[in-house]
Ligand binder design. Sequence first.
Ligand code: AP5
Length: 205
Amino acid sequence: MSKRILLLGAPGAGKGTQSKRLAEEYGIEHITTGDALRANKDMETEHGTPREYMDAGDLVPDAVVNEIVDAALADADGFVLDGYPRNLSQAEYLSEQTDLTAALFLDVGEDELIRRLTGRRMDPETGDIYHTEFNMPDDEEIEARLVQRDDDTEEVVKDRLETYYDNTEPVIDHYREQGALVEVDGEAHPDEVFERITDVVESEA
Ligand code: AP5
């Protein structure tokens, strides 16, 4: 049966970096509410646009996000879920939709999170993730087109971390209390973190 992996962690913990690799490794879908919302930032909903929430570092309303996840899960056999659930009501909703092969928490300290987020750069053509200090492309053409995400400024990063402590840490506690969470130290080279994650996924399968 295809793998159904949940990757939890603070903003900047490396969920996007690792999810992309997991999706390739196991031939499963990468379901990311963040990317889906960024692609529809100015979509009008009855709650306003996603942009109004995202640029303030707040959570987009559950109704909008649950609908995205519903559609993505319906199309996916296996998946790695990145950026969802982010509060307890989303966690409850998810448990009604599917079960999981593994739930992992990528553990990274706050100073490192801030350094990773404020230095992150994205390739708008491929979606590849880079970092000004740790990981820049060799190709000058790619380097020239890299952009910073609107919510990676120092001010919005602080708001996103506050939102994470208030809303998402209780989700992590919830999975921990269920005995369903495996914690992975995320402060190492991305290759090393990937190896730690795949060790867990394969032992849970
Ligand atoms: P989203 O896009 O989900 O952002 P996030 O959770 O804040 O996580 P990030 O994408 O910022 O970090 P990441 O852990 O993926 O780190 P990455 O791998 O890029 O959400 C954005 C917004 O959308 C939210 O604020 C909210 O408004 C809304 N939203 C999304 N989902 C929602 C939901 N379910 N409900 C309501 N609202 C929702 O890595 C970061 C950097 O570090 C990169 O530069 C990378 O190169 C570098 N790096 C990665 N790993 C390492 C390593 N091991 N060593 C050194 N550098 C590393």
